[in-house]
Write a protein that binds this ligand. Structure first.
Ligand code: MG
Length: 184
């Protein structure tokens, strides 16, 4: 098992499309950044890379590289997933907390949860999406994301399945022998 943690923040600016967790949200402002400013996908990307000690988002996609200007953050997430796979791990679950004054996330949480799950190849019930307002923090002009991920070793996972299968077949054998004895 591996645990990872990621954090990111972006500033709200008018005239930009707001994207959080790969979902476009209706709002007067969007998140400014070198890429599409998707604060949640950036934090997830860093959490995944951190979990397998494979650097951070900036080491793969430097903001100084014009190639990534306005880039879809899904590209960053896909690279992190590739690194997770190369290290022999699979995503077990993700938990996140967004901190922003506006817009309210609750009406969009299910959609964000479904999209993040789809991008990570896991089920929606393996993705936690929580949101808070920045009360007293003075960060009303920014969106912040905190993310924790848990990874499972692919080998451990498959041997656990084999063990579970053996256990089940042993139980079936026992049940059959009990039945046989009962018939005698
Ligand atoms: Mg960022």
């Amino acid at each position: 098992m591996r645990i990872g943690y990621g954090w990111d923040s972006h500033e709200f600016k008018p005239g930009i499309l707001l994207k959080i967790g790969g979902v476009e949200l209706p709002h007067t402002h969007g998140l400014a950044g070198h890429s599409d400013g998707d604060v949640l996908l950036h934090a997830i990307t860093d959490a995944l890379l951190g979990a397998v000690a494979a650097g951070d988002i900036g080491s793969y996609f430097p903001p100084t590289d014009l190639k990534w200007k306005g880039a879809d953050s899904v590209i960053f997430l896909e690279e992190a997933l590739k690194q997770v796979q190369l290290a022999g791990y699979t995503v077990s679950n993700v938990d996140s907390t967004l901190i922003l004054a506006e817009p309210k996330i609750v009406p969009h949480a299910k959609k964000i949860q479904a999209r993040v799950a789809e991008l990570l190849g896991i089920k929606p019930n393996q993705v936690g999406i929580k949101a808070k307002t920045p009360e007293g923090m003075g960060t009303d002009n920014a969106a912040i994301a905190h993310v924790a991920v848990l990874l499972e070793c692919i080998q451990e996972k498959s041997s656990a399945k084999t063990r579970a299968g053996k256990k089940l077949s042993n139980t079936t054998k026992k049940q059959k022998s009990i039945k046989r004895r009962a018939r005698k």
